[in-house]
Design a protein around this ligand. Structure first.
Ligand SMILES: [Zn+2]
Length: 425
């Protein structure tokens, strides 16, 4: 039930495990694929006239496209499909329901992308091995967790009392996700609209915005799309300026280019901030105060001005699409070691190295962790760093872009690559 004026805050935590669940997860993967296959076979395709994005008024278009309609009727979902999948599934039957729910969500996500033109008419493939565990399949009492794999036969047991998050975790435990070497727990808590569920502190760089969060890991927003637009127009202007010196009538065109550049940057920034607001619901975004100078050297003053203008555009768009909090202090965020707090020289290359504790880490991740600590009012603590940031750094799995798979635990060394990459031609 929705309580008006409030919403849910879901937090996810991960713990490593040593159970051998490969066979079980492979069976679940193929169960999930069968569910996708069965639903796919029931899709109705309706032919509709295609509406061109940039159609000319008064001109009739004859192109048609196929619109997929997913089967929705309960007798298929809850009986026919369920019975069919149950036949070949040797484990606890509630996993069949979880797979059906997940298969629908994968197909709805495919459908959205298909309608946008980002995906073709090919059936989604489930490649990664993981299983969703519904609330009915586990018991969590006083920090002890027992997950049923086979009814009354096989269980996975965890003692969470010593897990780093145990004292912090609040709210109702929700779905779990079992992976080959880790378990992801979610907790759902009702919270007020006024109070954002989550905060992200962004380190602003010329090519990216970088944030660190203990649940999400390292999140990177790719800004190269914006930068690329500036480069393209800079070259166009340069060519035109040469021509205009001989042919003054061309001068007016220069102003037109400036307008177009601004429009394209604004358009890209709109897409980017909309995507950010969607990807991080109920999140307050925090940025550094603008006068950040240490990352650029004198010769790049022009790029710096452009980057600053882009950041402030992104910030002000986010302020009404999501929420932007008090600015953070940018001083020393690139020079301080995010592990021990020691002060170092500004890093020369992409890697930050600490002279005191020997940490070697991407410079932008280092700055992002510093800003996170500042935002949360936490002290620098090597033990915290090794457990939380280091814990991420050890899992360098790749993401394959399925939005229905958990995004936690895999995103640090290879950051959640690009929240948005604005397409430019
Ligand atoms: Zn250090």
């Amino acid at each position: 039930m929705e309580v008006s004026g409030s919403s849910y805050r879901v937090r996810a935590y991960s713990v490593r495990h040593e159970y051998d669940v490969t066979e079980f997860l492979e069976a679940y993967r193929s169960l999930l694929q069968s569910a996708v296959d069965e639903i796919w076979a029931r899709i109705r395709w309706i032919e509709k006239p295609a509406e061109p994005k940039h159609g000319v008024p008064g001109v009739r278009y004859t192109a048609r496209r196929l619109i997929p309609i997913l089967p929705k009727d309960g007798s298929f979902k809850h009986h026919e499909l369920r019975e069919k999948l149950k036949e070949a599934w040797p484990h606890a039957v509630h996993y069949v329901d979880s797979a059906i729910k997940l298969a629908y969500s994968i197909l709805r996500s495919w459908r959205r992308n298909y309608l946008k033109g980002d995906r073709g008419r090919e059936k989604p493939r489930v490649r990664r091995r993981f299983a969703r565990v519904k609330e009915t399949l586990y018991v969590l009492r006083d920090g002890r967790l027992r997950i049923t794999l086979d009814a009354r036969e096989r269980y996975l047991e965890f003692d969470l009392r010593n897990a780093w998050f145990w004292k912090r975790a609040k709210g109702e435990p929700g779905e779990l996700i079992v992976r080959e070497d880790s378990l992801i727990l979610t907790f759902r808590e009702i919270c007020n609209k006024e109070e954002p569920a989550k905060r992200l502190a962004w380190d602003s760089n010329e090519a990216s915005l970088d944030a660190f969060d203990p649940e999400l890991g390292w999140v990177r927003v790719d800004l190269r799309g914006l930068y690329h637009i500036h480069r393209v127009y800079e070259q166009k202007r340069r060519r035109l300026q040469e021509l205009a010196s001989r042919k003054p009538s061309l001068r007016g065109v220069l102003g037109k280019y400036a307008d177009r550049e601004r429009n394209r940057v604004m358009d890209a920034a709109h897409k980017l901030t909309t995507e950010l607001a969607r990807r991080f619901p109920e999140t307050e975004h925090r940025f550094e105060r603008l006068e950040k100078g240490e990352m650029f050297n004198g010769g790049r003053a022009h790029n710096r001005r452009l980057a600053k203008a882009d950041w402030s555009m992104v910030r002000s768009m986010l302020a009404y699409k999501a929420g932007v909090g008090e600015p953070l202090d940018p001083r020393n965020s690139t020079r301080r070691c995010s592990r021990c707090g020691g002060m170092n020289k500004a890093p020369k290359g992409a890697v930050f190295e600490c002279g005191s504790c020997g940490l070697r880490v991407d410079r932008q991740l280092n700055a992002a962790v510093n800003l996170y600590l500042q935002m949360e009012g936490l002290p620098h603590d090597p033990r915290w760093f090794d457990r939380v940031v280091g814990g991420f750094a050890l899992t360098g799995e790749e993401r394959d872009g399925n939005p229905d798979e958990p995004s936690r635990g895999s995103s640090v060394v290879i950051p959640q690559s690009c929240v948005c990459r604005s397409k430019t031609t």
